[in-house]
Design a protein around this ligand. Structure first.
Ligand code: ATP
Ligand code: MG
Length: 241
């Protein structure tokens, strides 16, 4: 599968020189509100349009204007609010579970779960346990089945990362947007002393395989509505094909 090239590196003078090849893997995308997580994730999903047969599911517990037009598109795998659990189950049953049980389809399948912390906090105990069980299974055993998860959270401090899900070593790619606190950076195992200030949404740092930390920015001005419209055309393709 192609590497994902939606991030560029970032230097102290504000310039960028190279795109950062990200191998497919489990990802966590963290950052405070407005730091650019959801738009970066949209750009990432759009990138999958250029990987043959890659499909994505978008699950956002928080209502998201950016994805709202896709709710009108027939058969688009986009789920928001009360539909979120159904979206996760759909991904889990049709890709991960089916493949565990012998289905021979190994086309790349991605789930983007935005605001996961909000989702587990708001669901009933039973549903929330169900969500954690599915996500943990995907994080632990998804790689060999070509099932990938991208998880968006404002802060990674909760049990999602270190607690009962305990799957933190499975996140081969960690992206932290904005100027994180020391604690926020520590949880994800970033070295904050080597951070460059993030001056705009979509700027932050990436940690590859827990070792290589690179200042980065989303390689597109997603504040521009024409660029964003192009990105969303590719997103549409990836959630409907
Ligand atoms: N790559 C980018 N380039 C330029 N502007 C951006 C970029 N990413 C985000 N923005 C701007 O920042 C705003 C917030 O982005 P986004 O919704 O992705 O943030 P978020 O981290 O998901 O916030 P929240 O936690 O509230 O969901 C966007 O509406 C857009 O104007
Ligand atoms: Mg968001």
């Amino acid at each position: 599968m192609n590497p994902l090239l939606f991030l560029a590196d970032r230097y102290a003078d504000g310039s960028s020189r190279n795109l950062i090849p990200i191998p497919p893997g489990m990802m966590i995308v963290a950052g405070g509100t407005g730091s650019g997580k959801t738009r970066a994730a949209a750009r990432l999903v759009a990138e999958l349009a250029y990987t043959p047969q890659a499909r994505a599911w978008i699950v956002s517990y928080k209502y998201e204007d950016l994805f709202a037009p896709l709710l009108e598109v027939p058969n688009a795998r986009v789920y928001m609010g009360a539909d979120s659990l159904r979206g996760l189950e759909d991904f889990y049953n049709n890709t991960f579970k089916a493949r565990m049980e012998g289905a021979k389809d190994f086309s790349p399948a991605w789930i983007f779960l935005d605001e996961l912390a909000l989702m587990t906090m708001t669901l009933s105990r039973k549903e929330s346990d169900e969500v954690k069980r599915m996500i943990t299974s995907i994080l632990v055993a998804g790689r060999a089945l070509c099932c990938w998860a991208v998880i968006g959270v404002q802060r990674a401090s909760s049990e999602l990362f270190t607690g009962s899900l305990g799957a933190k070593d499975n996140f081969s790619t960690r992206i932290l947007f904005g100027n994180a606190t020391k604690i926020g950076a520590d949880v994800l195992e970033f070295d904050k002393s080597a951070f460059l200030p993030a001056k705009a949404p979509g700027e932050g740092h990436i940690l590859l395989n827990g070792i290589e930390q690179i200042p980065c920015r989303v390689a597109a001005n997603l504040g521009d509505k024409y660029i964003l419209a192009k990105v969303m055309e590719d997103v549409k393709r990836v959630v409907t094909r």
